[in-house]
Write a protein that binds this ligand. Structure first.
Ligand SMILES: [Zn+2]
Length: 276
């Protein structure tokens, strides 16, 4: 293992602490925009491609037909982009982790990639671009494969005939408030919060939950940040890999060609498997 003996010792202490945290009975996993970015979808506030960063006065889907069509066009562009990206390797890695972690999953992403990867107990707190919602009577048409293939945004609400929009919280309209409320409750009751590529300016971190004193495991591109109280310590991905190689008694699968989050999640999945 590379590094000084003290570094090895410190890494082992952190590795064991990570395993303890991942073994906690009540955990919740929260994923965010970075996983959509990795799959090829820009952030909604992206300076070049984000819809929310443009002139919002021109985008008023609830005030005018022109505004509604403009927003629909942008979502159709994004939905086609997501369809072409053939899923998210990082969400697939998270699905693998979820099996051993046995934790519910809260997603800030609206691209449906977590659902597509088969993640269970999923709470999409801002909605899903492949589902449709009537913002008049609140009817929800869940994301289904035929809908996704047809990108059926031109449909009208079967209940009130109002034109449907993607089920994404937008421009002050929050159709997914109940999902957010249940996610907040999960976070409140959890002993450990596992964060992957989240945006801390967004719910559920932009409210009181952000101030909570729960233990946090923050998955980053180059390691895992362990936060207990006011203290945060970084366990680097190379150290995790070396410890797991020693524990397995042989080389683990090569992870260098993976995407940064995918690589970290792959290593995280092994923490409960390989003792040290
Ligand atoms: Zn309706």
């Amino acid at each position: 293992m590379a590094g000084s003996p003290s570094t090895i010792k410190e890494s082992l202490i952190l590795y064991r602490r990570l395993r303890e945290l991942l073994s906690a009975r009540k955990k919740v996993i929260i994923s965010g925009y970075a996983l959509s970015n990795e799959a090829g979808a820009p952030h909604f506030y992206d300076m070049q491609k984000g819809v929310w960063s443009r002139n919002e006065s021109a985008l008023r889907p609830f005030d005018s037909e022109m505004g509604r069509v403009q927003v629909l066009n942008w979502f159709q562009w994004r939905a086609r982009l997501i369809t072409r990206c053939k899923g998210s390797p990082s969400y697939r890695a998270l699905k693998g982790c979820q099996a051993s972690l046995k934790a519910p999953h809260v997603s800030q992403c609206v691209d449906g990639l977590a659902k597509e990867a088969g993640i269970c107990e999923l709470h999409e707190i801002y909605g899903n671009v492949f589902a449709l919602r009537c913002f008049q009577c609140h009817e929800l048409i869940p994301a289904e494969k035929p809908m996704r293939e047809a990108l059926g945004y031109s449909q009208c609400c079967p209940a009130c005939r109002y034109p449907l929009l993607p089920n994404v919280d937008m421009f002050g309209c929050k159709g997914n408030a109940e999902v957010l409320a249940s996610a907040r409750q999960l976070i409140k009751e959890a002993d450990v919060v596992i964060k992957v590529g989240t945006d801390d300016d967004l719910e559920p971190f932009s409210d009181a939950a952000r101030q909570s004193r729960q233990a946090r495991v923050t998955v980053q591109a180059g390691g895992v940040l362990l936060t207990l109280g006011e203290t945060s310590e970084l366990l680097e991905s190379n150290a995790i890999r070396e410890i797991q190689k020693h524990a397995a008694g042989s080389d683990c699968a090569a992870v260098d060609s993976m995407l940064p989050y995918e690589r970290m999640l792959s290593l995280l999945g092994g923490v409960l498997e390989f003792s040290s």
